[in-house]
Design a protein around this ligand. Structure first.
Ligand code: ADE
Length: 227
């Protein structure tokens, strides 16, 4: 069971995104739980303000430390040990499959989603354990990256995928991209399914798939082979 807690200004984004398809089913079955915590509920400002101008000037607004800290305390109080707190930011380490595996071992994880121009550094120093990016591009907020990571981590939690094998043979699990897949019909727009797959010869099929995996990786992601 993995419990994900997401500190965000847009809880409905997280709730909608994580309640459908495989993640929704996994939550219903009790394999995971996703809780969105609205940072705005923890501001003491009478106008519910959660951001302010940056000290030193400059464009944009900065999320204030206190509402984030109080939202964090509200969930941390109920936990037995201090959780890992992931701040999703383009300034973090780039997320990859091995990181997903490592996070899947944690019983509880907290994600902090930033918005505007950033977050007051002092609350990050106080609560964040991991700075993680989903790639070298900039999004408008941390909700999509948090959902990307929750999805990648959840499918590694036992019971989430119903076919016990399907996580094992996917792309990246063996350091290479997955081999091509085919289903009926045997011919589509003149393109035939490779004969070996119809042969019923399991050893040959296995060998063909390995070779295809290698070829595909070499062509599309040669950087993976160098690693
Ligand atoms: N917030 C904005 N852009 C991001 C990215 N690429 N990864 C993680 N968090 C982000």
């Amino acid at each position: 069971m993995n419990k994900f807690h997401v500190l965000t200004l847009f809880p409905e984004m997280i709730e909608n995104g994580c309640n459908t398809s495989i993640l929704g089913r996994a939550a219903e079955a009790g394999h995971i739980s996703v809780e969105a915590v609205n940072i705005r509920d923890f501001t003491r400002d009478k106008h519910k303000k959660v951001d302010d101008y940056p000290y030193g000037g400059g464009a944009g607004m900065v999320m204030q430390a206190e509402p984030i800290y109080l939202a964090y305390q509200h969930i941390e109080e109920k936990m037995e040990k201090k959780p890992r707190v992931i701040y999703v930011t383009p300034q973090g380490k780039v997320f990859h499959q091995e990181m997903a595996k490592e996070f899947a071992k944690e019983e509880e994880l907290v994600f902090l989603c930033g918005h505007y121009e950033g977050v007051d550094e002092r609350v990050l120093e106080e609560i964040v354990t991991d700075y993680v990016s989903i790639g070298d591009y900039v999004l408008t907020g941390g909700e999509l990256p948090a959902m990307v990571m929750i999805d990648a981590i959840s499918r590694l939690v036992p019971g989430v995928l119903n076919n016990g094998e399907s996580a094992e043979y996917e792309s990246f699990e063996n350091g290479m991209l997955e081999y091509p897949q085919y289903t009926r019909p045997p011919e589509f727009l003149g393109r035939k399914v490779p004969e070996v797959l119809l042969s019923g010869h399991h050893a040959k099929i296995e060998e063909w798939r390995k070779e295809q995996s290698y070829r595909r990786t070499k062509e599309r992601r040669p950087d993976l082979l160098i690693k």
